[in-house]
Design a protein. Sequence first.
Length: 502
Amino acid sequence: MAQTLDIVTPNGHRYTQPTGLFINNEFVPATSGKTITSIDPATDKPIATVDAASADDVDRAVKAAKAALVHPSWKLLPATERGQLMARLADLMWENRELLASIDAWDNGKPYHVALDEDLVEATTTIRYYSGWADKTFGQTISTTPQKFAYTLRQPIGVVGQIIPWNYPLAMAAWKLGPALACGNTVVLKAAEQTPLSILVLATLVAKAGFPPGVINIVNGYGREAGAALTSHPLVDKVAFTGSTATGREIMKMAAGSLKNITLETGGKSPLLVFPDADMDQAVKWSHFGIMSNQGQICTATSRIFVHREILPTFLAEFKKAVEGVSIGDQWDANTFQGPQVTRAQYERILSYFEIAKNEGATLVTGGAAHVPSKEENKNGYFVQPTVYTDVTDSMRIVREEVFGPVVVILPFDTEEEAIERANNTSYGLGAAVFTTDLERAHRVAAEIETGMVWINSSQDCDPRIPFGGVKQSGIGRELGEAGLEAYSQVKAIHVNMGNKL
Ligand code: ADP
């Protein structure tokens, strides 16, 4: 039996939680004896310690998923009922949204109101959206000759290993689980070691929703051990990963061993272009949200802002006002816009970029240091100041590298061609934003930017119905929308000879 903890969140939600690995609908202890201690980033104090999977534990989980794949309770379950199970899971997530949002806020550092109003809405609607797809994915019938035709079956890929990051723990789990389950796969999902807690509650809800044992297995574990074991396991047919580009590269190498199907959603250094005819209020509002929301810990963060030289002084003044106008604090204050960074490692990494930018000669507009919190209990928290640089060159590290924090560079441009060329001068290609009131320019630029997504007069819009993913070193494949189903199903062609002449 796995150990069970009695936990009370800082905002008063009490729950009991087995800390083990969720395999075959049961919480079992990790054989490794290894653990992960989750830390509250606002206070630097431990929250809870949970089991961490070893390679042997991952093997157990994968074998459970493999057995469930062909078990009649899943394989022969009518697709409509599969969708109903998913809808039940979505309902349970929604009923428990306050608890789940509290845990993610505590564990990750994001403001509770954001976790509740954004993350939980996204996570629940994604599962619900894909529950509707479960009985709406079909093959085709294709005529060939008068005697022959072929039809296609859309079948699951098999056992899917899913590795998720810490910036949106439940939403990322939902993005991965939704399409995989809709297409009839079975899953072993590994949460990020920085945010191991909410996924355990989700596991409880999976069992409660009535999924057959082994269909969804959820483990906590360290990337190098559990993540690597999952990625290289011979019985895993597909790996879906969201995280850094460096880890994505490792995953691709490991998955090559058995030529696994992969989906990668990795890093970004997304550009945002402000043309002289843009609505200035909108441009400032979305530019701010695009880099400073979620503590800047978003792969699609628009972290390079290109502003037409004519309007640069006005934009800079307004943007500085927006950046300095937000409230920094802990997760529980309803006024908090920016909470602490997720871990000490991320906090220190951001501080190191402040040094890098300084040494490179960037001009600091605002920020550039750790933030000193007003509450005594937050004095050891991982707070940084939202930071803006200008007078940077395209070759500086602060312009080229993903900081993954509330740090942005602002660069002037003179012509549309120049803006596009410089926006595209990056190894990444995830998102991009264009601010203009010129309809023609908006769509022309959107078509020319080398990314998987473009926002016109907005930033960070994301919806379960809309494909999400990157080009270049920002990823392979698409998640969400109908495109997300492609990533979790394969097409089998069946040739039929109806006649006896050929
Ligand atoms: P970050 O650097 O922001 O923590 P990572 O890309 O390292 O992002 O982590 C994202 C996810 O990938 C986490 O679940 C982590 O445990 C996992 N991970 C990290 N390293 C590996 C690895 N070598 N193999 C498989 N998974 C890994």
